[in-house]
Unconditional design. Structure first.
Length: 152
């Protein structure tokens, strides 16, 4: 996925991950809107990370990352999530890089199993960001995490 700007965030999110629509609808209702009326993250929240946490990270992404078992649909969903995260890492002007880090990358420290799963799906920029985070936190890096793998 190409880099995504702050202005394109909501549109790209819904297009890439339509599973977020019920959560976006809930966020929009709090502001007297319908999800279809939301074209920019600041219409429903004060920060893009807040929106992404509310509609993707907490209800869908983190439970998927922590799930004990995964089927083909779960794998396909996580692959699309990581494609979306990679788009944040490549945002024009870099305005969403911190959002990607704090919303998606940092919570991967949950467990080694979660990190194993992350490296299975992460794109090159996200993989580099995860490795930098681990080294910055002095977390031992498994040799397999440093190897570029096929994502599916």
């Amino acid at each position: 996925m190409q880099g995504i700007s702050s202005q394109e965030l909501v549109r790209q999110l819904v297009r890439a991950l339509p599973e977020v629509e019920p959560y976006l609808e809930t966020a929009a209702r709090r502001h007297g809107r319908r999800a279809a009326q939301v074209t920019h993250w600041d219409q429903v929240n004060t920060h893009p990370g807040t929106l992404l946490s509310e509609v993707l990270a907490h209800p869908l992404f983190q439970p998927g990352m922590e799930s004990a078992e995964m089927d083909a649909d779960d794998e396909e969903f996580l692959a699309r999530c990581f494609d979306f995260i990679e788009g944040r890492e490549e945002s024009p002007g870099g305005e969403l890089v911190d959002t990607a880090y704090f919303t998606f990358v940092e919570p991967l420290l949950e467990s080694r199993e979660v990190l194993d799963r992350a490296f299975r799906f992460a794109g090159p920029r996200t993989r580099a960001e995860i490795l930098a985070m681990l080294r910055g936190w002095n977390v031992p890096v498994a040799p397999s995490w440093e190897q570029e793998r096929s994502r599916r």
